[in-house]
Design a protein around this ligand. Structure first.
Ligand code: BTN
Length: 264
């Protein structure tokens, strides 16, 4: 007779088994719960874990978002972080997040049939709601022109959850739109299959055309949330390095980080 614990292990090893079929994935660490898969992946990276080491958790108690925010991470979603050792300079760091965003958008469409849009730089939207956030964190020693490592963290809302009041109008989940069951395992595998293909072209970033085509910001008026005060601008383009090109008072310039908000 299979105990509950054994059944869980069998299921998890099935994920690992499927991920092993992707040559890029070297090792998978599966956790029931952790504070943050990005934190664990960074720890592994510092300890010498090779590129392709993946940490996956069923839930996070302290999921990390961009700009110091938290990422709501209840059971039912996908929380995972990949150790990368890219040979790109710090100025090109946005290419990792954009590569991840295209991979997730493709994977969601393949597995759920939902149409996705990308909100620069790291959010995936379905049906006007954020269903995925991406957080890339780099470790820099300054010894080489490249980062020591980059951890690419991806959180996807798959199942319906009781979402905190303040997130109700912003966050959605894939099963709401797909109106059918989505296998987390299938989606995780699809993300890394897509990512492995795109990552081969990281330095040339041929996928930027696709990133732009999926952008929900190009041509829209947005509010840029800036330290010196918020301002309105129009998004005219996204350049080959992933900078958001905006026009304000007749002048065009690029943003490499920060937050823009748009009414959807
Ligand atoms: C954002 O929307 O601001 C980015 C959210 C990134 C969340 C993912 S979930 C897996 C990984 N671990 C974390 O603590 N954060 C990322």
């Amino acid at each position: 007779m299979t105990t509950e614990k054994e059944a869980w292990q069998e299921k998890e090893s099935s994920l690992e088994h499927r991920l092993c079929g992707i040559p890029f994935v070297q090792k998978t660490v599966e956790l029931t719960e952790t504070d943050s898969t990005n934190r664990i992946a960074k720890e592994l990276a510092v300890g010498g874990a090779p590129e392709g080491t993946l940490v996956v958790a069923k839930r996070q108690s302290k999921g990390k978002g961009r700009l110091g925010r938290s990422f709501f991470s209840p059971e039912g979603g996908i929380y995972m972080s990949m150790v990368l050792r890219p040979k790109i300079s710090a100025e090109k760091a946005l290419l990792i997040t954009t590569c991840g965003a295209v991979a997730v958008a493709r994977a969601i469409e393949r597995v759920s049939g939902c149409t996705t849009g990308i909100k620069w730089v790291n959010d995936i939207f379905v049906n006007g709601r954020k269903v995925c956030g991406i957080l890339a964190e780099a470790g820099l020693s300054g010894n080489t022109e490249y980062p020591d490592y980059v951890v690419l963290g991806i959180g996807i809302n798959v199942k319906q959850q009781s979402v905190p009041e303040e997130l109700k109008n912003i966050v959605g989940c894939l099963e709401d739109t797909a109106q059918s069951h989505i296998s987390n395992e299938e989606l995780i595998v699809a993300v890394w299959e897509e990512f492995a293909m795109l990552y081969q072209n990281l330095s040339t970033a041929v996928y930027m055309e696709e990133y732009k085509a999926r952008s929900i910001l190009i041509g829209r008026e947005v509010t840029v949330l800036a330290a010196e005060g918020d301002y309105r601008a129009v998004v005219t383009d996204i350049d080959k390095d992933g900078h958001l090109i905006i026009e304000r008072d007749g002048r065009e310039f690029g943003l490499s980080c920060g937050e823009v908000s748009v009414r959807l």
